[in-house]
Design a protein around this ligand. Structure first.
Ligand SMILES: NC(=O)c1ccc[n+]([C@@H]2O[C@H](COP(=O)([O-])OP(=O)(O)OC[C@H]3O[C@@H](n4cnc5c(N)ncnc54)[C@H](OP(=O)(O)O)[C@@H]3O)[C@@H](O)[C@H]2O)c1
Length: 282
């Protein structure tokens, strides 16, 4: 399959699942823009990806996505640099063992894993609409299963566990996808989310030696490769099989049922309103 002429933006394309996704899409001929926080690492990755793709239509925009100023700056640069936008892949995410606040005063997991998806998408939505048919792909996780979202305590202020906060943020990805699909009905912009599998990436390595060791053991036994982890993202970004398919949760390139809690439509709307308030978007 060829994607020549397509403009794709992916967050977190400097490592793990995002890097392989960016590489595979560039190899199909797409122009790929990575949103990355570390300019030195991004320059190296861009070089690698250009070599792998055999063309130079791979670039990066620098932004720390846990900062709303960072997301806004990246969106502005993308709007200035690209003439169209065919696919936006919200992929950058992490888990934080300790509760920390961002420069905006927001709990870091919620800020990076949900609010950055919400804000980046909304800031680029008119470009996606103008380029339709176009696609939004949100990397969620099967970790959303078992999570519940308390709209009055989205940031774990009352009690915090890194894993619970991560689970809630991944449920927020599913809520966001379903509500956005409802809002985009008839626009020819599709939005889907996915579970990439348990992937042997650097995920979980930012929380100290014990956590790193535990993740390391679990990954060596159970995890799949980053290449396998990228397959559903690549599929949703590129395959004609999913032309017009929207508002679904995918695993292993198949639409599957997300958790029972994720189908609470009132919660979709409540999260949307809370996210508007926290980002100042309407
Ligand atoms: N690995 C799994 O088993 C698994 C399972 C289910 C879902 N997921 C989801 O898959 C997505 C990708 O995870 P991964 O496994 O590929 O993780 P990873 O290897 O740790 O890569 C994460 C990517 O996000 C970037 N990133 C992190 N914080 C950022 C920030 N503040 N601003 C900008 N970029 C930032 C990283 O940049 P740097 O290169 O600068 O660190 C890196 O490019 C996440 O949304 C995660 O929740 C992963």
């Amino acid at each position: 399959m060829r994607l020549d002429g397509k403009e794709i933006v992916i967050t977190g394309g400097t490592d793990g699942i995002g890097k392989v996704t960016a590489r595979e899409l560039a190899k199909m001929g797409a122009s790929v823009t990575i949103v990355a926080r570390n300019a030195t690492k991004a320059q190296q990755v861009v070089k690698e990806l250009r070599t792998a793709a055999g063309h130079d239509r791979v670039g990066f925009v620098r932004a720390d996505l846990s900062s709303q100023k960072g997301v806004r700056g990246a969106a502005e640069t993308i709007r200035g640099r690209l003439k169209r936008l065919d696919v936006l892949i919200n992929n950058a995410g992490a888990m934080f063992g300790r509760r920390e606040l961002t420069e905006d005063g927001i709990e870091r997991t919620f800020a990076l894993n949900h609010l950055a998806y919400f804000l980046m998408t909304n800031l680029l939505l008119d470009m996606l609409k103008a380029s339709a048919p176009s696609r939004i792909v949100n990397v969620s996780s099967a970790a959303h299963t078992g999570a519940k979202l308390n709209i009055d305590d989205l940031q774990g202020a009352k009690s915090y566990s890194g894993w619970r906060a991560y689970q809630r943020s991944k449920l927020a990805n599913v809520y966001f996808t379903y509500e956005l699909a409802r809002r985009l009905s008839g626009s020819n912009v599709t939005v889907n989310c996915l579970h990439p599998g348990f992937v042997a990436s650097r995920f979980g390595s930012n929380n100290g030696a014990v956590s790193r060791a535990l993740f390391g053991v679990a990954k060596s036994i159970f995890a799949t490769s980053e290449g396998n982890g990228a397959r559903t993202s690549v599929y949703l970004a590129s395959s004609p099989d999913v032309d017009g398919v929207t508002g679904k949760y995918f695993d292993s390139r198949r639409a599957v049922k997300s958790s029972a809690a994720s189908h609470d439509e009132q919660k979709w709307r409540e999260l949307w309103r809370a996210s508007e308030k926290l980002t100042g978007i309407s």
